[in-house]
Design a binder for this molecule. Structure first.
Ligand code: BGC
Length: 782
């Protein structure tokens, strides 16, 4: 017994002695802040500045650190004498081992490479500060074999926060298991000009919907502890401030938005995510706002983001955003000055390579910035590294990465996501679903019939199925399946090639003629039209355009549709696109049209299952469909003085309104009531409605709540979404939905930019889409 006591004593004293020797920053018992303070006190100025830098393709880029794809510790020692804060997408472009459309190492290899790199930083740099690896994860990691979910504009059509949480919990793990610890997502930009190629990356036009889904995403990425476990990554909200309504829908053009609209609309999702989910990072947008590029905009990044919104995390530049101050925005000819401007404005980390921030040490020496200003930024970066657990559990398990990335269970979630992303736009006389028992010959026709379109920020998932492959797989022995491309939109379909050309019209005439021959033999024709990821994509460089001056179906598709319709065969269409397209003619002439966006790796199966009724579509539009590009702006939350109409009697209403979407079943609303029709400014009130599935299939309805302030001291939109709930109902089932209207949902910025509720009348609207609601009145008194 005595021996045991003695041994325990030695152990306790021993542990005490070891922890006394441990620098405070290595002590897991301390808070991230305490650890960061201790670490900063040990760092040289050069080491601090290195934490604010990243390497990718510049000088010294990953090529030099990973000759032939293998990490070279000697090169790192020489090229990074002060270590480095971040490395961009470590397993991407890694020599001959990298495979896929966006070439990366396979998951296990990536994890092994990451461990090797991290071991170097932890064991062989002076202070052992781990390196942070960031990755793209817009709708799945942009890496080989990673599960690819629908593009965000599709996911937003689900109006399903739980689904979003499930999806991004998977994305977090797939990224973390192969070594990434920061994800450059979610995109919470509000889009008000669908000509913008990045529309597909967004969750649509409504700040409330984007806020709810954005919060769900950030929570899924980060979990909710101070210290994250090995299943989570740090999120990066992007792109702050206004990216989604730039001049002409042109990606990096100025955002000519007044401060009120910026705050009421575009900043709202950022603010909600900061308040409710505490994202670790925010990325700055390329666009200028109020005449100053966001990367040099102190009012935006300090006064609003930090002081008003209370953001405590790290502000990262967009790729080359600081360089753009010189090369594009022309606010200075000097790289050093660009670094100075971004530094002073509030950028903490420059991505992806050295440009402005290589001059920070010089700027301190010249007395233009102080070391304590540097400390403030570095502290935020180190806190993030501590919170991510990079000091305490830095390594990953390659076997786990191999087993989890792209696994069957993740595929199932990708399928569910595709199922809930589709929006049924028209279904005259219950044309859909088709009865597979009755069809002898079916023709799949169109440029997107045999394509699995993933959209931007994708790589090569383990599998990716086109609708044609899916129907052949599922019904190949039951019916005769015919196919014709009908027309081809672009010469290449990938989001990556710089130059995209429309294929020559003559070639498409041949394809149309061929398609007509095929269609004539079929009982039913299904058209797969729309656009692709080469047409709808980020305009990521001056030589890589991605925005569109038109929303028309391109390159022979309208002729194809017209000629197929003229055959008089039963025909419907599935539209794959990243933006709402001008599909007025299509929807007028065909009895059934399904909006499919880019549905991810399981999209082919989902479309075929929706065609035959194994999936009951439940999506609702997260963005208005204008009749044409000339009808932009088309967002539903416009001001009362807007949308007076066009000359020549042209219709000013949208083709399909925000919130719209049909189902194979029907829903009835009844018993709409409000708990009190008069309240004071401080009160809340309940609104409830019964929803019944009146059809014969199980289906989902998204019940939507809109509010309008009837008269107000500053102008207010004609309606704004303030609540929604998605219900799954069996045939005949009724459920009551209750919304609580709190003062915050009635408030707005008054003339002095105070957040107030003004007494007066409000319309409370509940319904199935923004243009199909029932009204109640609410009076608010002082
Ligand atoms: C985009 C960012 C993205 C970055 C790196 C930029 O062009 O604006 O959203 O994270 O590229 O891929």
């Amino acid at each position: 017994m005595r021996k045991i006591i003695l041994l325990s004593l030695i152990l306790v004293v021993g542990i005490g002695y070891i922890s006394a020797q441990l620098p405070a920053y290595k002590n897991k018992e301390l808070s991230p802040e305490e650890r960061a303070n201790d670490l900063i006190s040990r760092m040289t100025l050069d080491e601090k500045v290195a934490q604010m830098q990243c390497v990718w393709r510049g000088e010294p880029g990953k090529k030099a650190l990973f000759p032939n794809g293998e990490f070279d510790a000697e090169a790192a020692r020489k090229l990074l004498p002060n270590s480095i804060g971040s490395i961009a997408r470590i397993n991407e472009d890694m020599g001959p081992g990298a495979v896929g459309a966006h070439p990366t190492l396979p998951p296990g290899e990536a994890a092994r490479q990451y461990n090797k790199v991290q071991k170097y930083f932890i064991e062989e740099t002076r202070l052992g500060i781990p390196v942070l690896i960031h990755e793209e994860g817009l709708h799945g990691q942009q890496a080989t074999e990673a599960t690819s979910f629908p593009a965000p504009i599709g996911l937003a059509s689900s109006w399903n926060e739980d689904l979003i949480h499930d999806i991004y919990s998977i994305v977090a793990k797939e990224i973390r298991y192969r070594g990434g610890s920061q994800v450059l997502a979610p995109v919470v930009d509000v889009v008000r000009d669908p000509r913008w190629g990045r529309t597909e990356e967004t969750m649509g036009e409504d700040p409330f919907l984007i806020s709810r889904l954005g919060v769900a995403q950030v929570k899924a990425y980060q979990g909710d502890g101070i210290y994250l476990d090995g299943d989570h990554v740090g999120a990066t909200l992007k792109h702050f401030g206004v990216h989604g309504q730039s001049e002409g829908g042109s990606n990096t053009a100025p955002s000519n938005i007044d401060e009120r609209t910026a705050r009421e609309v575009f900043f709202k999702p950022f603010q909600a995510c900061i308040k409710e989910a505490r994202p670790m990072n925010i990325m700055v947008t390329y666009n200028e706002l109020w005449g100053i590029p966001a990367h040099a905009n102190k009012k935006l990044l300090k006064d609003i983001l930090r002081d008003d919104f209370g953001f405590k995390g790290v502000v990262v530049s967009d790729y080359y955003g600081i360089g753009n101050l010189v090369d594009i925005d022309k606010v200075t000819p000097s790289k050093e000055e660009a670094g100075y401007l971004a530094f002073k404005a509030g950028v903490d980390i420059e991505l992806p390579d050295y440009f402005g921030y290589q001059h920070l040490v010089a700027l301190v020496k010249e007395g233009k910035i102080t070391e304590s200003e540097i400390d403030e930024k570095v502290k935020r970066i180190l806190i993030e590294k501590f919170r991510l657990g990079l000091f305490d559990h830095p390594y990953v398990n390659a076997d786990k990465a191999e087993q989890f990335v792209g696994c069957e269970a993740n595929r199932e979630v990708a399928y569910k996501a595709a199922a809930e992303s589709m929006v049924l736009l028209k279904n005259e006389k219950d044309f859909l679903p088709l009865n597979n028992e009755e069809i002898k010959t079916i023709a799949f026709i169109g440029p997107n019939a045999d394509r699995c379109i993933l959209g931007g920020y994708s790589s090569s998932p383990k599998q990716c199925i086109s609708p044609l492959q899916a129907i052949r797989e599922k019904y190949g022995d039951k019916m005769n399946i015919l196919y014709a491309e009908g027309c081809r939109i672009t010469d290449v379909n990938s989001p990556f090639p710089e130059v995209i050309r429309l294929v020559p019209r003559e070639d498409n005439d041949v394809r149309i003629a061929e398609a007509l021959k095929v269609a004539k033999q079929a009982d039913v024709v299904v058209l797969f039209v729309g656009s692709n990821e080469a047409v709808a994509r980020e305009a990521y460089g001056p030589t890589a355009p991605g925005d569109m001056p038109t929303l028309e179906l391109l390159n022979g598709q309208n002729e194809l549709i017209e000629q197929i319709v003229a055959l008089g065969k039963p025909t419907c269409a599935f539209v794959k696109s990243g933006q709402p397209l001008s599909i007025g003619k299509l929807t007028k002439e065909l009895p059934a049209v399904m909006q499919c966006w880019f549905l991810g790796q399981e999209g082919g199966y989902a479309m075929v299952d929706a065609l035959f009724g194994d999936i009951n579509p439940s999506g609702k539009l997260p963005i208005t469909f204008p009749r044409s590009a000339g009808h932009i702006p088309s967002y539903y939350a416009y001001k009362p003085s807007s949308r007076r109409g066009y000359n020549l009697g042209l219709d000013v209403t949208p083709l399909f309104p925000f919130g719209y979407g049909l189902s194979y079943t029907t829903f009835e609303y009844s018993n709409l009531k409000i708990s009190s029709s008069t309240i004071t400014k401080e009160d809340s009130v309940e609104v409830s409605v019964d929803v019944t599935n009146t059809g014969s299939r199980r289906g989902a309805e998204v019940v939507q709540l809109y509010i309008r302030d009837e008269y107000s001291s500053v102008t207010r939109p004609v309606k704004e979404l303030k609540g929604f709930e998605k219900l799954w109902l069996e045939p005949g089932q009724t459920q009551t939905v209750t919304f609580v209207i709190t003062p915050d949902l009635l408030a707005f910025y008054d003339g002095n930019m105070n957040w107030v509720v003004e007494p007066g009348d409000f319309s409370i609207m509940v319904g199935t889409s923004s243009d199909n609601v029932e009204n109640l009145k609410l009076s608010v008194t002082n």
